[in-house]
Design a protein around this ligand. Structure first.
Ligand code: CDP
Length: 215
C-alpha cells in the first residue's frame, strides 16, 4: 500500500489556513482534519461540564474521558465563538492536553487512503514531522482581525473590531511559542503571507507548491 501524501498547514488564527486546507483537500480528494476543532471540542466539553478552568488536573481528567468521543459527529457552529476559541487556546497550553490529542491526529494522517491535509499550529513539527508538504500561512494581525470580524458579523455576532483585534493579539501571544517552534530554521516551510492575496491566489500558490513537491 502506498504511503498517503500528507500536507501540514500551520499558521496563526484567521490567517486563512482553514479555508485553504479545506479547499486543497477537496480539490485533491484528500481527507481533511481541522485540528483546531479538536481543541475547541475539548474546550466546549469543559464549558458544558461547568468545570473550573483553573483546575488543571480536573480538566485533564475530563478531556481524557472525552477522547473516545472525538470519533463522533459534532456541530461545528457551536465551536465558532470567542468563548470556545479562547478556552481552546488556554487548554492548548497544557502539555497533557496536547499529549491526549496527539494520537488521534497522527492516526488520522496515517490512516488516510490517498492523502491527508491537516491544519493547526504544530502539524509540521510535532504531529507530522515527516509531512510531504509543509505550508506556513500567515497575515498581518490587523488583516487577520479584519477577517475574523467580518466572519463574526456575517454570522450575526455583533462585536466591535477593536475587541476582535485585542482578542487576536492576546491569542497570538499565547500561541506564539508553538508557532516560533514551527519556524525553526531547520524546518523547510513554504511560507505564504496572505495579507494582500485573494483566497484564489492563496489556493493557486499552495497548489503550485504541491505540484512541484509531488513530482
Ligand atoms: O481558526 P483559529 O486559528 O482562530 O482557531 P483554531 O485553529 O480553531 O484553534 C483554536 C486554538 O486551539 C488556537 O488558538 C490554538 O491555541 C489551539 N490549537 C493548537 O494549540 N494546536 C493546534 N494544532 C490547533 C489549535
Amino acid at each position: 500500500m502506498n504511503k498517503p501524501f500528507v500536507i501540514a498547514i500551520d499558521g496563526p488564527a484567521a490567517s486563512g489556513k482553514g479555508s485553504l486546507a479545506k479547499r486543497l483537500a477537496a480539490h485533491l480528494e484528500f481527507d481533511f482534519l481541522d485540528t483546531g476543532a479538536l481543541y475547541r471540542r475539548a474546550a466546549l466539553n469543559i464549558i458544558e461540564n461547568g468545570m473550573d478552568i483553573a483546575d488543571n488536573s480536573a480538566i485533564i481528567n475530563q478531556t481524557e474521558r472525552f477522547i473516545p468521543k472525538l470519533h463522533e459527529k459534532y456541530d461545528d457552529s457551536a465551536l465558532r465563538n470567542d468563548k470556545v476559541g479562547n478556552l481552546a487556546s488556554i487548554i492548548a497550553q497544557i502539555p497533557e492536553i496536547r499529549a491526549l490529542l496527539f494520537n488521534f491526529q497522527q492516526e488520522f494522517a496515517k490512516k488516510s487512503n490517498k492523502g491527508a491535509v491537516l491544519d493547526g499550529r504544530d502539524i509540521g513539527t510535532i504531529i507530522c514531522p515527516d509531512a510531504d508538504l509543509k505550508l506556513f500561512i500567515t497575515a498581518s494581525t490587523e488583516k487577520r482581525a479584519q477577517r475574523r470580524h467580518k466572519e463574526l458579523l456575517l454570522r450575526g455576532l455583533h462585536v466591535k473590531y477593536e475587541a476582535v483585534l485585542a482578542e487576536m493579539q492576546e491569542r497570538d501571544e499565547r500561541d506564539n511559542v508553538r508557532l516560533k517552534d514551527h519556524l525553526a530554521p531547520n524546518i523547510k516551510n513554504h511560507v505564504i503571507d496572505t495579507s494582500d492575496m485573494s483566497p484564489d491566489e492563496v489556493f493557486q500558490t499552495a497548489l503550485d507548491f504541491y505540484t512541484s513537491q509531488s513530482r
